[in-house]
Design a protein around this ligand. Structure first.
Ligand code: PA5
Length: 446
């Protein structure tokens, strides 16, 4: 099995009816997704994306990625939230956190427009000097401030370096099919465009051009990625609680939430998974955290964070359960060699791989944390490859949708994200926000 789920280390914290009691609600959630009659039903395009996508565009994505791999030293992917995290998470999962340093026959890939930090963008500009650069601007709305500002700066840099025509051939635009300022600009300038479908929300968009172009530009096999997701689409559509691990996971999260475990800590033992955890946090945080409800999604990378957060998890406020993602084969490893004088006392490890030691760290931790009152759920993938990544993405997306319906919220909107934007625009003096500006400034300390 490429992906397995087990709740063995959570059983002691559950009563026999905890899962059975949720069965009817899980089936209702399944039916609402299937019949497209639940909350947010105009954003369900992701459910069939692995088997129902635009093949002509998929071919163009591969061609654009090949061109980028031929004519580019640095690809800058500009986007934020759902238009950023999936691509970065996938590339790090498949290629490792040092992809940029190790990339041999493809471009280095940097991400911009995911903050409003001037120093971050200035560092990226510095890295571009003397390099062949391409841009992939990604924004569904086409108006999000962070990527729009970064794009303005980087577009100007490219136009100065190459002139308008060549710059245009190095800019790839992923946005709405028919609307938006970005699309307008792309048409005027002649950028190649890719589509974010209307019925796919940002955090569910990694298997569209949003994720696929940067992932393919990193040299990953996007056919295998889609094949893994397609297998998951079939497997995790089974209307069964006991035989569908995706639904079991969603139900158990909900059961723990009902028992007062208000934090879900996503745990991994591989640094290459750290950005997947960031993607997961957006997916679940934005989907469930509304109407003053929802599990708070947090994440740690072990054993690193066992030396920082480990104390709290073992011994602090009992408010969490852990979901551990383990990876069997990451494609490379290091063996610990014997040393004659055994000065560091590590000869008991000689001949063993780091992966074997890491596995014992996982097993030791899972026992310690359950002893400390923290239930553990475990998701295992046998390899860090494209197919498993496709599966994992679909597994988490589907479980997220079911979880949202179990909680009684619309998992596909994000009304809360607007509040800071309105305040920021007012404080910046954006036309149309004059009244709010005075009111907000009166409340500030400065
Ligand atoms: O999940 C979401 O909808 C958000 O995170 C968006 O992806 C994010 O705000 C970026 O929006 P846009 O793609 O419109 O620039």
């Amino acid at each position: 099995m490429a992906l397995t789920f087990n709740s063995h280390y959570a059983k002691a914290f559950l009563r026999p009816n905890d899962l059975a009691g949720l069965e009817p609600s899980v089936y209702l959630a399944h039916d609402l997704l299937e019949s497209k009659t639940g909350l947010g039903n105009d954003f369900l395009g992701w459910t069939t994306l692995p088997t129902d996508y635009d093949h002509e565009e998929f071919g163009r994505i591969k061609k654009a990625a090949e061109k980028i791999r031929r004519d580019t030293d640095i690809l800058i992917v500009i986007g934020i939230g759902g238009s950023y995290l999936g691509a970065r998470a996938a590339i790090e999962f498949l290629k490792g956190p040092y992809y940029n340093q190790l990339a041999k026959d493809g471009p280095q890939i940097y991400f911009a427009g995911n903050s409003i930090s001037g120093s971050y963008l200035s560092d990226i500009l510095e890295m571009c000097k003397g390099k062949r650069v391409s841009l992939n601007i990604i924004s569904k709305s086409g108006t999000t401030t962070e990527p729009a500002v970064a794009f303005r700066v980087l577009r100007r840099y490219l136009e100065e370096q190459y002139g308008e025509a060549e710059a245009a051939s190095r800019i790839y635009c992923t946005t709405d099919r028919a609307r938006g300022t970005l699309l307008q600009l792309a048409k005027e300038k002649g950028y190649e465009c890719f589509v974010i479908p209307d019925d796919v929300g940002g955090r569910f968009s990694v298997l569209t051009a949003v994720g696929l172009l940067p992932i393919a530009a990193a040299g990953a096999d996007i056919d295998a990625l889609m094949a893994g997701a397609a297998a998951a689409q079939k497997e995790y559509n089974l209307r069964s609680l006991s035989d569908n691990p995706c639904y079991t996971y969603a139900a158990l999260r909900n059961a723990f939430y009902r028992k007062g475990k208000e934090v879900e800590l996503l745990v991994s033992y591989e640094p290459r998974f750290t950005m997947m955890s960031e993607w997961f946090k957006q997916l679940y945080g934005e989907s469930e955290g509304k109407d003053h409800k929802g599990l708070f999604p947090a994440s740690v990378t072990f054993s690193t964070d066992l030396h920082s957060m480990g104390q709290f998890i073992q011994d602090g406020t009992r408010l969490m359960f852990e979901t551990v993602v383990t990876i069997g084969d990451t494609g490379c490893d290091v063996t610990i060699e014997e040393e004659q004088n055994n000065g560091d006392g590590l000869n008991f490890l000689s001949g063993r791989t780091m992966t074997e030691v890491n596995e014992k760290a996982f097993l030791g931790t899972v026992l310690a944390h359950t002893d400390g009152g923290v239930p553990n759920l475990v998701i295992h993938v046998d390899r860090a490859d494209e197919e498993n990544l496709g599966r994992l993405i679909y597994f988490f997306e589907k479980a997220c949708a079911i979880s949202g319906y179990l909680l009684g919220v619309n998992p596909f909107d994000q009304p809360g994200v607007e509040s800071y934007k309105k305040n920021m625009f007012a404080l910046l003096g954006k036309p149309g926000y004059d009244e709010q500006k005075a009111e907000l400034e009166a409340r500030l300390l400065v």
